[in-house]
Design a protein around this ligand. Structure first.
Ligand code: FAD
Length: 459
């Protein structure tokens, strides 16, 4: 019998496994992941001039050691202002303390030398407020996709001889037993005393079935929908050089909706993202100057909260993403100038434009995909951003759609991130509590320590 089985080897799973190993080397731990080991994770269309995702059974971008974070930009935001609601369970101070602890581990595993940015003391806050924009507080460590990979590799090398890793092994079922839990895969069953479930966004559908089977209450009422903006890096450089990522919120005049910037990637690239067969857009960037592009990209997102009787917020987001996939065969790209003139972009106008796209997407018309209220909000925000970063509203600014931020349903958990079954913990993005690398990782450390404490092991 294992002491602890961890399902999902994303940041949540990795940091719980790492902390358990560090604090008690005698624990018998197993980690299961539906995807592959880090070095075997390759997207088959990466580097090819293929526009659309070919829909692999398990997506190399989302699944495997490192989870959705493996090829991410490696931006670890240390803040309670966004990235999840971990603080609601464990308190603001504890949440920040654990995010800082995660940072020290990243630094000691290859991240040293990377830069920590902060909004503390910046004049940009005032400039934003003068233009009806609010800059949120955060410190952000930017590892970059390249250094992030090195950190993950070093963590794996340190852990691999101390626990059993099962890759390419999706867990199918969790059963509650008298002395713990029984975890079933296609070919075998594994017993454990405690179980940590950290299956991320890609495991959201499976997580729903687990919660149904075990009658764990859930709720789901939010989805964020928008576009990814790509423009010449110089337009945003006064913000990105100082802050790297600026989280800016704008309240629209027309509908009083909040539109916000999300996942800013200076000198980065725009990429496809496949969630359960639906292709949406995302972005990342590298720490190495050799791998930089001339563009910066970021998302503009509008949060949609639904009230009774509608419950399927993710289904709503998926339907919009499917529409763009239907029209464009994947992600659609449009020049801002074409969007406001009410015409679709075509290859010629994109090629003649001043911004060279970093993702090969289908030129099209986002107004045929995005609901009016969301599109109007995005257009308003682009004009607002143009005041603090002139050039944002240029005709050649590229908009890729759609970007959807799916929120996993929120699982009902106690203050220890434990479900109604003692010893069954649900953490990371799969729990609905976190939406980011730092929060997911911190939730992993938190439950590892709770397990150790409940076993009477001092930390
Ligand atoms: C392209 C991209 C860029 C991003 N950039 C950033 C960024 O810069 N900063 C930031 O804070 N966040 C970023 N994110 C989000 C971040 O990656 C996630 O918030 C984070 O990875 C969540 O960690 P997690 O451990 O909860 O889940 P995940 O990282 O999603 O890991 C879950 C793991 O569980 C596995 N799994 C799922 N179901 C099962 C099952 N049934 N059995 C076994 N294994 C299963 C999956 O294969 C996966 O490996 C980015 C995401 C993407 C896709």
């Amino acid at each position: 019998m294992y002491d602890v089985i961890i399902i999902g080897a994303g940041p949540g799973g990795i940091f719980s496994a790492y902390e358990l190993m560090k604090q008690d080397e005698n624990l018998k731990i197993a980690v299961f992941d539906a995807g592959r080991s880090l070095e075997q994770r390759h997207c088959p269309i990466d580097g090819e001039k293929v526009k659309s995702c070919i829909g692999c059974k398990t997506c190399a971008i989302m699944n495997g050691f490192g989870g959705a974070g493996a090829f991410s930009d490696g931006k670890y935001n240390i803040t309670n202002d966004f990235g999840g609601t971990l603080y609601e369970y464990i308190g603001r101070q504890k949440a920040l303390e654990l995010m800082k602890y995660v940072d020290t581990i990243n630094m000691s595993h290859g991240g040293e030398g990377t830069k920590m940015y902060s909004t503390a003391g910046t004049d940009l806050k005032k400039v934003c407020l003068q233009n009806k924009l609010k800059l949120l507080d955060a410190s952000v460590r930017h590892l970059g996709t390249d250094v992030n990979y090195v950190v993950l590799k070093n963590l794996y090398d340190e852990m691999k001889d101390h626990m059993d890793f099962f890759f390419d092994t999706p867990v199918e079922k969790i059963q509650v037993k008298e002395d713990g839990y029984l975890v079933s895969t296609k070919d075998a069953e594994y017993a454990c005393k405690k179980c940590i479930v950290s299956v991320g966004r890609s495991g959201s559908k499976w997580m729903e079935t687990v919660c149904e089977d075990l009658e764990i209450p859930t709720k789901s009422n939010r989805v964020d929908i928008g576009v990814r903006v790509e423009l010449p890096a110089v337009i945003f450089s006064h913000l990105t050089d100082e802050l790297y990522e600026s989280k800016i919120v704008y309240r629209t005049e027309k509908f009083e909706d909040n539109v916000r910037t999300f996942c800013m990637n200076p000198y980065g690239i725009v990429v496809n993202e496949n969630t359960n067969g639906i292709v949406t857009v995302n972005g990342h960037s590298y720490d190495s100057p050799d791998l930089r592009t001339e563009n910066t990209n970021f998302a503009l997102l509008v949060a949609k909260h639904f009230s009774e009787p509608f419950k399927d917020s993710n289904g709503y987001g998926e339907s919009i993403a499917r529409l763009s996939n239907m029209l464009g065969g994947g992600v659609i790209v449009q020049r801002f100038g074409d969007l406001v003139r009410g015409r679709r972009s075509n290859q010629k106008r994109i090629e003649e434009g001043l911004v060279t796209p970093t993702l090969s997407a289908t030129p099209g018309d986002l107004s045929l995909v995005l609901p009016k209220r969301i599109l109007d909000g995005i257009i308003e925000m682009i004009y607002a951003l143009d005041k603090i970063a002139p050039g944002t509203a240029n005709d050649d600014t590229l908009l890729y759609g759609v970007e959807v931020k799916f929120y996993n349903m929120e699982v009902e958990l106690d203050e220890n991130l434990q479900s109604r079954y003692p010893g069954l913990y649900i953490i990371g993005d799969g729990s609905g509590v976190t939406h980011s690398l730092s929060h997911a990782s911190a939730s992993g450390v938190y439950v590892a320590r709770h397990i150790l404490e409940s076993e009477g092991k001092a930390i």
